[in-house]
Ligand binder design. Structure first.
Ligand SMILES: [Zn+2]
Length: 114
């Protein structure tokens, strides 16, 4: 069986929150997430858990990390779901074809059972 999986720490997912708060850094302030932090892709109107987030803040320097306290559990679950193409080994799909599919989707091709 061949499996295509997406690494859990996917840098396409940024932190996005309904609110933000200023945090002092030396003599300056920096905006940081406030409240539940959701996962959101650049240009997406919705979070990974399906909330409409058009007016929300997106933190371009903060990739979404599912392990932190304020991380939305639904977003974490959505990202942990394997993005999978399972193909039986007697299928006509070749490894090269799977590799092209994985590359197009930004996934890592992992071969098992060969
Ligand atoms: Zn969420």
């Amino acid at each position: 069986m061949q499996t295509v999986t997406r690494p859990f720490t996917d840098t396409r997912w940024f932190s996005s929150t309904r609110h933000r708060r200023p945090v002092q850094r030396g003599s300056e302030f920096e905006w940081r997430p406030y409240g539940v932090t959701h996962a959101r892709e650049a240009g997406a109107y919705f979070t990974a858990c399906g909330l409409s987030a058009l007016e929300w803040r997106i933190f371009w320097l903060l990739p979404f990390h599912p392990g932190v306290d304020d991380a939305c559990p639904e977003c974490a679950a959505a990202l942990s779901r394997p993005t999978i193409a399972r193909v039986e080994s007697d299928s006509d799909v070749t490894t090269a074809t799977l590799g092209k599919i994985a590359e197009a989707l930004g996934l890592t091709l992992e071969l098992k059972g060969r």
